[in-house]
Design a protein around this ligand. Structure first.
Ligand code: ADP
Length: 402
């Protein structure tokens, strides 16, 4: 069974193709037989397409920055040239799309119909850089593969179980009824990591209290009780919660009122300030990439040190929040770019919870092991590093849907 996964970012388009047996899903994520990515940030007005298949890596310069024609060219590399893995695109059995915002409408992977497309469109104001890109992907596939079923896997789906006391904001209730509430994001990754943690710990998911920490450029924590998301740090948009690469995370909302009233800011300027110029980048005044911050810290850069210390402080504070929602903790899971690779972040965050009997094994932590327990045998809380596999999780949802 051939499943194509499309993962649209604001300025990128990733895709991969899995070839899976029809009768049995592999227990460990297999390698895709073809992987591609378009990056629209490298060249002005043009995309750069990178394709990996048949042990070959190809780079192709695209003529323009149009997503639809970019996707069509990208998919053409499946059936022509050195990266060819299909005789024809009609061999694709199903297409799975990562969709950032599904509101509270969808708690499961969903077959894409006109109604689902209308919902994704209606939610554009809540995910202005992602939902339009998803729709373009869906419509491009429709035009190329008329009868192939397409499945939407929503980032918000896993969080539809969050109870009202954690999901609602203390604002006039009429706004809650109009949809201003916590939705939560990175749901596919949090769900995948919880399932993987249960396997690694060899304990049923419905007996576990877990906090999954998805820490990449964007970052969120989720409190998971018996396999169900009961709280998460991202909210109405992916801006709330942790301090991130370029995003501020939670700040006093009155700062915005001050900036509007006293400094003449408008909505677009505030959006840019909080989503693109804040976080590690804003505080360090040098980079959103934690690797550069750590390097600068070693060279004695005080601003980088401040950024890192704030990052850790806020991480611990959000973790405390999730801990309070759970009322206990069996396993703490680190995943994504920072979570999987940065031993110092894991060490500093865990140090703050040593009073709970949480003990990291420094040697295991230093080796950044993937899919392993890095706590000591006498630690009262297991600490796991898990490699997130969002594309695979999407393919799995499609396979289960068939
Ligand atoms: P995205 O949220 O864009 O999907 P990723 O999950 O790929 O991001 O994470 C990217 C981030 O991971 C980079 O910006 C970088 O800060 C961080 N990162 C990657 N490797 C390391 C490392 N070895 N040490 C510290 N941070 C790292």
């Amino acid at each position: 069974m051939k499943i194509l996964v499309l993962n649209a970012g604001s300025s990128s388009q990733k895709s991969c193709l899995y070839d899976l047996p029809a009768d049995n899903l592999p227990t460990n994520p297999p390698e895709p037989i073809w992987e591609a990515m378009i990056d629209w940030t490298v060249l002005a007005e043009k995309g750069v397409l990178t394709v990996k298949a048949n042990a070959i890596k190809q780079k192709i310069e695209l003529a323009n920055s149009d997503r639809r024609s970019g996707i069509a060219q990208m998919l053409n590399t499946l059936q022509t040239g050195e990266t060819q893995v299909l005789n024809s695109l009609i061999e694709i059995d199903m297409v799975g799309h990562r969709v950032v915002h599904g509101g509270t409408n969808y708690s499961q992977a969903t077959l894409i119909t006109d109604e689902v497309k209308a919902t994704i469109k209606k939610l554009i104001p809540l995910a202005p850089s992602h939902n339009p890109a998803h729709l373009e992907g869906i419509e491009t596939i429709e035009s190329l593969l008329t009868n192939t079923p397409q499945i939407a896997v929503f980032d918000t789906a896993f969080h539809t179980t969050i109870p009202p006391e954690a999901a609602f904001y203390p604002i006039p209730y009429k706004w809650t009824k109009k949809g201003i509430r916590r939705y939560g994001f990175h749901g596919t990754s949090h769900k995948y990591c919880a399932q993987k943690a249960s396997k690694l710990l060899n304990q049923p998911l419905d007996s576990l209290k877990l906090i999954t920490c998805h820490i990449g450029n964007g970052a969120s924590l989720t409190a998971i009780k018996n396999g169900i998301s009961i709280d998460t740090t991202m909210g109405f948009t992916p801006l709330e919660g942790l301090m991130m690469g370029e995003r501020s995370g939670s700040i006093d909302p009155a700062i915005l009122i001050y900036l509007i009233r006293e400094q003449g800011f408008n909505a677009d300027q505030l959006n840019h300030l909080l989503n693109k110029e804040s976080g590690l980048k804003g505080v360090s005044q040098m980079s959103a990439d934690l690797r550069s911050i750590l390097q600068a810290m070693q060279e004695g850069n005080e601003q980088a040190k401040l950024a890192f210390e704030m990052y850790i402080h806020r991480f611990r504070a959000c973790l405390g929040q999730m801990l309070a929602s759970l009322g206990g903790l069996d396993g703490l899971v680190f995943t994504a770019g920072v979570g999987e690779n940065s031993a110092i972040v894991r060490e500093k965050v865990c140090e703050g919870f040593a009073f709970l009997g949480l003990k990291l094994d420094p040697q295991k932590n230093a080796q950044s092991p993937i899919n392993q327990d890095i706590s000591t045998t006498d630690s009262l809380i297991r600490v796991l590093v898990i490699h997130t596999e969002e594309d695979w999780a999407i393919a799995e949802e499609c396979w289960n849907f068939k």
